[in-house]
Design a binder for this molecule. Sequence first.
Ligand code: PLP
Length: 396
Amino acid sequence: MVDLSTAGVAESGDWVDAVRAQIPATKAAGYFQTGAFGPCTRQVIDRTNELLMLQNQGPANPLYLNVMKEAENSCRPLIAAAMGAHEDEVALTQSTTAGLNTVIWSIDWQRGDEIITSDQEHPALLLPIYNLHQRYGVKYHKAPIGIHKNVVDEVMKRVTTRTRLVAMSHVSRQSGQVVSAQKLASALRERGISLMLDGAQGPGNVPVNFHELGCDYYSMCGHKWLLGPKGTGALLVRKDKLDSTSVSWTGAHAQAEMNAEGDFKWHPDARRYEFATRNQAGFGGWAESLRWLDSIGWENIHDRVSQLSAYASEAIQKSAKFSLVSPSESSRQNGIVVLRLPNGFKGIDLYHRLREKDDMLVSPVDHPRDLRVCLHFFNTESEFDALLGRLEVYCA
Ligand SMILES: Cc1ncc(COP(=O)(O)O)c(C=O)c1O
């Protein structure tokens, strides 16, 4: 764990060196890809490997089974505490996508029903929606959520009597735009419509409090800004929505009880959406990373992300070559900083060049001239300066 007990350490910036020493991926010249895959600490890697070894050496030994179950169970309360949710609102999943599908398929869709999403979504949400359209004739609308749009108005003007669900990113992976979830959720609630947020880019990047956001469902992953192992995620379902959110795909462990006659009861909590043999080693590793982040302090993490984001956004705005796509107001900035390259340059080409020549990892996003630079608390200003310097050279 990082020792932040010495007064002033968190403010002085020394703690950043301490956390970097625990994250092997920071040895690269620039790890700016947390929005795709967050790097794990050495402790998380070791804990996950230890659990995998244990599980695979003696999978049916009750001693090992108990250790694995405990590792899994330790994750739910940590997620609940980090997310401002109740433990019984947390279902562990394998990914953000799995949680999105759990909610989407909880609805008995009828031909002509409607779903509203945004124009900046990941295939994780788009493909389930396109599938609904193809299989059931569900209509979909994409509300534009560009930086200068009023997202609440854009969504509300697309609501009809057939709208069954609004599902969109909490934080856009393409522009860093953050949806004003509270306002949107309350406008939708007045019309009796549920809101699900795709939280893949939220927790760990921006402060998230599930109850304050006011949405009905929040699907998230462990493997990006929360620096957990791959194949970990959670779906948060508001307590008062549990009984009206039907279980669709299911199996062993979703039930609190069942008998040979076919009588059964779901778990009274969100564990009803979990089933089958699961990634318990991953959950044990994720629990380790959540404890570690908590020991650093969520406020320290978010303050640091805001500082870095403001620093990088200003540098991009000052440069003659690049323009800033992500928000320019400091109150709306977060770890997703997106810059637009000059005419004639492509994000995908620069991504390859930086990776191959400079050991720097950034992400191309949907607009062909955009590059996404993810800045988490372990990144540094000098890493960003070096990145911008290389981009200046390549775009000369
Ligand atoms: C906004 C968004 N949603 C969903 C996903 C997919 O996440 P997962 O792999 O956890 O399903 C991503 C991955 O980049 C994403 O950026």
